[in-house]
Design a protein around this ligand. Structure first.
Ligand SMILES: [Mn+2]
Length: 142
């Protein structure tokens, strides 16, 4: 049998682009475009019958990402036919801040198809035909 994985990373949801672009319209456009790209990735994943979308770190720009933005990420993923696995990286480490976006996401998400790698332990998928071996960052320094 074959397994299809779409690998992506560095969505940096919540990035304000304030040091990159002075123009407010450009910044707003880029913030919106990040969510549209998620929907596009899901569209491609479904068209390709991908089993898993693996999002390997820096999904969020920082720990201060809003609940509204997390809900938008989840909304853009809701039509995904396969599994989605998130691995926290140096911009969005798992622990260290009270309001970690991952704590919020795990509390909000309803879909069993969306997984957050919260431990450096194998995650069995597709009836144990595929194992993801994540190394989620616990702080931004490790
Ligand atoms: Mn990055």
């Amino acid at each position: 049998m074959s397994i299809k994985i779409i690998h992506t990373s560095d969505w940096h949801i919540g990035r304000a682009f304030s040091s990159t672009f002075e123009d407010q319209d450009t910044r707003s456009h880029l913030k919106v475009a990040r969510f549209e790209v998620i929907a596009e990735i899901v569209k491609i994943a479904n068209a390709e019958n991908a089993d898993v979308i693996l999002v390997a770190s820096d999904i969020f720009e920082n720990q201060g990402v809003s609940e509204q933005e997390i809900r938008k990420v989840l909304a853009n993923l809701q039509d995904c036919d396969g599994r989605v696995v998130f691995i926290p990286g140096n911009h969005d480490p798992l622990i260290g801040q009270f309001n970690s976006p991952w704590k919020k996401m795990v509390a909000i998400k309803k879909s069993e198809n969306i997984l957050v790698a919260r431990e450096p332990k194998p995650i069995g998928l597709l009836k144990a035909q595929l194992f993801v071996l994540p190394s989620p960052l616990l702080t931004s320094l490790n």
